[in-house]
Design a protein around this ligand. Sequence first.
Ligand code: HEM
Length: 215
Amino acid sequence: MGNSLRKFALCLMTVLAIAVALYSLRFLGAFVGQLPRMDPGIAHVVTEFPVRALMHMVIAPVALLVGALQFLPRLRERHRAWHRRLGQIYVAACVIAGIAALFTAPHASGGPVAGFGFALLAVLWIGTTLMAWRAAVRRDFARHRLLMRLSYAMTFGAVTLRLQIPLFIMAGFSGYPAASVWLAYTSWIPNVIAVLLFSAWQSRRSFAGAPLGVS
Ligand code: HEM
């Protein structure tokens, strides 16, 4: 993959992550009694299980935002202390929002099949993020890099899910709850596969002695 294509992909990822994270801030209104406009299925989940649902909806965007910054090469290479500090915030946000998601998933508006997909995602999200953090503490940076890429592939599912919703509606699904039976899987599995393929390609190239460019 050319350097400029990779820079463009990184830039697009960052812009989309910031946009979705900022848009999710509207859920803060719930703390002053102002629930934002949302799908009636999700509104039902928020009304029935406000603590776990809102804990997830307010803290997960922090992971989305902070995680995107961690991939910016300049920030990572020139400001190591910031990379470490933001990394700790990312891990804490993933674990807290992941636990809240795990307890919200059984009540997902798409029913048990959607709930299973989200619960599986939550378990893998928490596990991968914690393993990535442990690898950094042990200074195993190759493992840290791969696991953090996988963790963020799952975090970025929040963006791909929102991009896929209109496609499912155009395909004839009645709304978010019906589409989420698929979205609970299609939002993150392709991201994880893409990271695995890209990382395998990159390590083959570095093995062959080619320059890596931006990561
Ligand atoms: C990666 C693991 C994640 C899991 C397992 C997960 C799971 C869930 C579940 C079960 C719901 C309830 C929706 C329903 O009833 O179907 C939900 C809603 C929501 N999640 Fe996540 N989520 C994850 C990541 C994220 C991230 C990274 C964000 C960051 C923006 C996020 C933001 C939200 C928001 C704002 C909602 C409310 C509905 C909406 O605005 O679309 N989630 N999530």
